[in-house]
Design a protein around this ligand. Structure first.
Ligand code: FAD
Length: 482
């Protein structure tokens, strides 16, 4: 039995199989965890490049494990936490106003749920055609929202939604499936202590016997099915041994990301036409976008003590700021197209304060084309842009609080992930989800089982989804073998 992929889904499957079934776990990269990747940025400062929150705290195995491991940031009383809300023309906005707008956004989402919950999912509706319009109407009819903030608030909440879903355009999000998304119950964003998700990955790893069952730096290139003896033939390229290898097995649990499948599905399974037929539409139709983070590490805080985030409202259509000579030079050296630069600046909208440390760190979120564009610039340049923009919004000198360190993720150019997480695009519906998770079962025997966040019917895109689908696939294999 072979598990392909050592992210949460693969490791969770391995944990279940460990004492019952002989298996090998093949991982293309040089670490286990996949889209969970905790790095040591400095002494006493770890950074989660991928997943960072535990979503939900009720009836939730990931939460329970993290609680057991003692890695959740204690129930911090966030009642006196606040957002620093600033506009591009230099005004500070009362955070209550953002709260009010958030309330409207939530109510529009609830209305959408009532209206579209029972809709036939084969007739998609664009999120962009419904939610921003309804939201605008609510903002317009409220006496407490200044008229000049209506469009900037819509822009902000749309960007926030794109970041939640990883969708590049609000018009590509299928509202019918969006309202069917099963929210994990309880508090939505539970933070982890310094150390992030690493202990969770170590916990999963600890169940795998230390006997060469995990092969790192081994990329599965091709899978064939032999009808004559009902065996699967797996070809891989192993970097350490610097050679191609073959393995034969009865079952595979396949966990690579939807982004990886979009690029490689046809070549890997070229010799299993039934499987291509079964899944190609689902893989093409379902959405997989890019969200990236830039961590700005400082020596001194320049945001308010109570701030949990800094919110940028773009009140000028084309925000321009007086950039430093240093930044101008860097842009020239890297030959950055002004269109790319403008898009990156336009998409800067939300900086979170990293809560797990006293070291001043801001996390800057990117989504859409800007998230992909910024991967092509140097880390230093991206950091400097994020730094000067936030300073400009806050009307403080960028020199007064120089950047100490920059770390950023590059999920789109990671050849083994190719993006961040999945969503239902306007071209997809429930049937695609079903096809994606359906096992390849020649002669009625499930031979290739699919796991990974994108295959979860309810809360795809999360660590929980990866965890549960990995466990479920492993249990199916055990049931088959017993
Ligand atoms: C920026 C970002 C922020 C996120 N934030 C959160 C969050 O706060 N909370 C949350 O719950 N979720 C979050 N997520 C989503 C969460 O990280 C994923 O849903 C989850 O980690 C996916 O796990 P997986 O096992 O399904 O896939 P992966 O982690 O992608 O694992 C698949 C593995 O397969 C390997 N692989 C690929 N191709 C091959 C091959 N040919 N041969 C062998 N191995 C291969 C890959 O290297 C990878 O390790 C975030 C993701 C990102 C990128």
């Amino acid at each position: 039995m072979i598990i392909v992929g050592g992210g949460v889904a693969g490791l969770s499957a391995a944990k279940v199989l460990a004492k019952k079934v002989d298996f090998v776990l093949i991982e293309a990269q040089n670490y286990l965890g996949g889209r969970i990747l905790t790095i040591d940025a400095a002494p006493n400062l770890t950074i989660d490049m991928g997943a960072q929150y535990v979503h939900g705290d009720k009836k939730n195995t990931v939460y329970d494990i993290c609680e057991e491991l003692g890695i959740l940031l204690s129930d911090n009383d966030d009642s006196d936490e606040d957002d620093d809300v600033v506009t591009s023309d230099g005004k500070r906005i009362d955070s209550d106003l953002l709260e009010k707008a958030n309330d409207f956004w939530e109510r529009v989402r609830e209305k959408a749920e009532d209206e579209f919950e029972d809709r036939d999912s084969s007739t998609p509706v664009s999120f962009g055609d419904y939610v921003p319009k309804q939201f605008r109407q609510r903002l317009q009819s409220s006496s407490s929202i200044p008229k000049d903030l209506i469009e900037p608030l819509i822009d902000y909440f749309v960007k926030l939604e794109l970041t939640e879903t990883s969708c590049a355009s609000i018009n590509d999000l299928n509202l019918v499936e969006y309202v069917a998304y099963e929210d994990l119950q309880g508090e939505y964003e539970n933070d982890l202590k310094n150390g992030g998700y690493r202990p969770f990955i170590n916990y999963l790893k600890s169940f795998i016997p230390n006997d060469n069952r995990v092969r790192l730096n081994c990329e599965v290139l091709r899978v064939k099915y032999r009808h004559e003896d009902q065996k699967l033939l797996v070809e891989m390229n192993c970097l350490v041994e610097q050679r191609r290898k073959q393995m034969i097995c009865d079952h595979i649990i396949w966990t690579t990301s939807l982004g990886h499948l979009k690029k490689h599905f046809h070549e890997i399974f070229a010799e299993i036409p039934d499987l291509i037929q079964q899944k190609q539409n689902a893989i093409a139709n379902l959405g997989f976008g890019t969200v990236n983070k830039v961590f700005l590490v400082y020596k001194k805080k320049f945001w308010s003590k109570k701030a949990s985030s800094i919110v940028l409202l773009h009140t000028n259509r084309q925000f321009q700021f007086e950039m430093s000579d240093q930044l101008r030079e860097q842009l020239q050296n890297e030959r950055v197209d002004p269109v790319v630069f403008d898009e990156i600046v336009r998409m800067l909208f939300h900086y979170d304060v990293l809560p797990s440390t006293d070291i001043p760190v801001l996390i800057c979120w990117f989504v859409g084309p800007a998230a992909i564009m910024m991967e092509k610039l140097s880390e230093q340049l991206v950091g400097q842009i994020c730094h000067e923009v936030v300073c400009s919004f806050l009307r403080i000198s960028w020199q007064k609080y120089p950047l100490d360190q920059v770390v950023r993720s590059t999920w789109n150019s990671n050849p083994y992930v190719r993006g961040s997480y999945s969503y239902y695009s306007i071209h997809s519906n429930k049937n695609d989800g079903k096809q994606l998770r359906a096992a390849f079962a020649p002669e009625g025997v499930p031979r290739i089982l699919w796991a990974g966040e994108a295959t979860h019917p309810g809360y795809y895109s999360t660590v929980n989804a990866a965890h549960e689908t990995g466990i479920a696939a492993a249990k199916k294999v055990i049931a088959e073998i017993d």
